[in-house]
Design a protein around this ligand. Structure first.
Ligand code: ADP
Length: 664
């Protein structure tokens, strides 16, 4: 039983907990939706701002993206054809320079002639031609190309100073390595200048020029093709290596070099990421163009080398520009700090629960954790962290928890109680059944005995008379009297049993009539006295006058009184006194029978009106009886809208009061 109780407590607690978690899940779901909406709006805003500002501003330090948002690590922009735009990619390799516009064709021819002079080895003519054309108004390309020819021819002539001036002029003119296709003249010029300085033994100036070029290469890598970039990067590295012995390890030049190397690694890394993102975008083509998500944002976790990039892909197709794809590489922890945590902690749930972020979902949950959840749409950005909801001590949850368990315990106790009560009732019913069946068999044996005794007496008396064994007339008369008395007792007994059977089967019909109770009582007492044994109890009768008539079934009433008198006689000593009183009391007419006999124990007083119930007294006394007399009396009283009252003390006697309503 306690198992059943405990199980029901556990079930109930489980149910309560389930409902609580379900409720938390639902509220949290709404809060997460709100947070994700705010995050996506911020992402869109940043993407748009970034795109529009970058369109007008020339990209400086393009490998390092500066957005004001601390939760964004890097931004990539692709055009509608998924070509990388930001950071700018390497230039396409071109073998031929662009066809020159017509108006330049004459000058172009003159420049080509200089080239021919140089190839022929006529350096003097080449130098003077170059110097002459360079005084004219030239395009950047022409200026760069002519200065290159000038520098090479001057060097061939041994005019180091002139050559150096020409290289310096190239570097000045094309400080962004713009003229790189098909030949990056300016990049070569840088190396020539460094060489010149080294030849002059000006190592620190050479190092300074080297770092300047390093910076220029990183700033404007996108004017070079990737193979050009690789070539100059390698050349730079071997150069810086050669400086290692001369550089002061703690000096400024050293730190500058280190930071440039770091920038170079970052650039390589960024461009590699861009390439990976681009291939992923290509595989997403269908999703991007056909099933564009309603918010225009796709969250994804992209593995790149050792890392996994948490990215948000945003489609910007607002006018004025064509469609662009902006990819934000986010910093998950910063996003959580900036959006998720403040969102959760300002939500409704935070009033009653402790909401925290568990970075490592494999970590053991705290004991107070009720449940853990993940984000809805953006969970891919934080694949290993979960939102943990715990019961807060001394909060409503705790109280709720206590209430819940109190409720559960209460419920469990109730269940145990009900089960126990049920078992008790069943047990009592079984006991009653057993008791009743034993009382029934006792009743049968008692009734048989009660029937047998008068029949045997009658038979014996009749036999004696028949065989003329009683000669004297007086004795004969006595025998006749006894036979009549015994048969009256017998018929009374049978009457009792028949009435009881009728009542049990609900067949008993009462014939109510106006009855004079005084005469009915007197007559019944007289009949009863006539059947009493010689020298038995004295019956004292008191009739209060005048008594009102009552509506009653006289036969039933007489039977009830007869039974009361019979009991009073049976359960008291011989020659004791029995008082019969008829009186009015509070709207009732009362027929009271008082004896001074054995009395009835208190514990039995409530049960003696039950059918077949008899007080278990000293077995030796063997008072005959059937256990249905008082049941009949009670039934008759109730059929007359009355009742039976009892006052009794063991050893002091009993008073039964049959109360009938007078009707006014
Ligand atoms: P019974 O035929 O046994 O008398 P009743 O229904 O008349 O059956 O009475 C039930 C029981 O009540 C009796 O067995 C007896 O123990 C007790 N009882 C009834 N009337 C009296 C009384 N006047 N004095 C003492 N005990 C009584």
């Amino acid at each position: 039983m306690s198992y059943v109780g405990l199980r029901s407590i556990a079930r109930e607690q489980e149910l309560q907990r389930g409902l609580l978690i379900q409720g938390i899940g639902r509220s949290l779901g709404f809060e997460i939706d709100g947070i994700e909406q705010r995050l996506e709006e911020a992402e869109k805003h940043t993407a748009r701002e970034f795109l529009f500002s970058r369109r007008v501003l020339p990209p400086s330090n393009p490998e390092k993206v500066n957005t004001p948002d601390p939760w964004i690590e890097r931004v990539f922009v692709f055009d509608a054809f998924l070509n990388l735009q930001i950071p700018p990619p390497f230039a396409a390799e071109r073998l031929e320079r662009d066809a020159s516009p017509l108006r330049e064709s004459l000058r172009q021819r003159r420049i080509d002639q200089v080239r021919q002079l140089e190839l022929k080895g006529d350096f003097g003519a080449a130098v003077s031609s170059c110097q002459q054309i360079l005084t004219e108004h030239l395009s950047l390309r022409s200026k760069v190309v002519l200065n290159t020819y000038l520098a090479r021819s001057a060097a061939a002539l041994g005019n180091r100073l002139l050559a150096r001036r020409a290289y310096d002029a190239i570097i000045r003119a094309d400080s962004t390595l713009l003229i790189s296709q098909p030949i990056p003249y300016a990049a070569f010029a840088w190396f020539e200048v460094v060489d010149d300085l080294l030849n002059q033994g000006r190592a620190s100036d050479a190092l300074q020029k080297t770092t300047q070029f390093y910076r220029c290469l990183l700033d404007f890598y996108y004017h070079l093709s990737s193979s050009q970039y690789d070539y100059f990067s390698r050349k730079l590295h071997s150069l810086t290596k050669s400086f290692e012995r001369t550089i002061d390890p703690g000096g400024e030049a050293r730190t500058t070099l280190i930071s440039l190397e770091e920038r170079e690694r970052l650039l390589a890394n960024t461009l590699r990421q861009a390439e990976e993102i681009r291939s992923w975008l290509r595989t997403q083509g269908g999703v991007l163009y056909v099933r564009n998500p309603p918010t225009g944002i796709i969250h994804h976790s992209l593995p790149v080398g050792e890392r996994t990039l948490p990215i948000s892909l945003i489609s910007i197709d607002d006018p004025p520009g064509p469609r662009h794809w902006v990819v934000l590489v986010v910093l998950p922890e910063e996003v959580q700090r900036e959006f998720v945590l403040p969102g959760l902690q300002s939500g409704d749930l935070a009033d009653g629960f402790d909401i925290t972020l568990r970075r490592d979902s494999s970590q053991r949950a705290s004991q107070t954790e009720l449940a853990s959840f993940t984000m809805n749409k953006t969970s891919v950005l934080f694949p290993s962290s979960v939102i943990s909801v715990s019961a807060r001590q001394t909060t409503t949850v705790e109280i709720l928890g206590v209430q819940t368990s109190l409720l559960s315990i209460g419920f469990g106790v109730l269940v145990v109680g009900i089960v126990l009560l049920g078992i008790l009732i069943i047990y009592r019913d079984i006991r009653r059944e057993e008791e009743l069946s034993s009382m029934k068999s006792e009743f049968i044996s008692n009734v048989s005995h009660e029937l047998k005794t008068p029949i045997a007496a009658i038979r014996m008396l009749a036999d004696n008379l028949r065989q003329s064994r009683v000669p004297e007339e007086a004795r004969k008369m006595e025998y006749y009297h006894l036979i009549s008395k015994e048969s009256a007792r017998l018929s009374h007994l049978i009457e009792n049993i028949l009435d009881f059977a009728r009542i049990e089967e609900k067949r008993k019909a009462y014939h109510l009539e106006r009855c004079d109770v005084s005469s009915l009582v007197s007559e019944t007492v007289r009949q009863f006295t006539s059947l009493m044994e010689e020298k038995s109890q004295r019956i004292e009768m008191t009739l209060e006058e005048p008594l009102p008539e009552v509506l009653a079934d006289p036969e039933a009433l007489a039977l009830a009184l007869f039974n009361l008198l019979d009991n009073a006689a049976k359960y008291s000593e011989k020659e004791s006194q029995i008082n019969v009183r008829v009186l009015r009391n509070d709207g009732f007419l009362c027929i009271e029978v008082e004896d001074h006999g054995v009395g009835i124990p208190k514990k039995d007083q409530a049960r003696i009106f039950e059918k077949f119930y008899r007080v278990q007294r000293d077995a030796g006394k063997r008072i005959p009886g059937s256990g249905i007399g008082l049941t009949l009396i009670k039934e008759i009283a109730e059929a007359h809208n009355g009742r039976v009252e009892l006052k009794s003390d063991t050893g002091a006697g009993s008073t039964f009061r049959l109360m009938l309503p007078t009707g006014g």
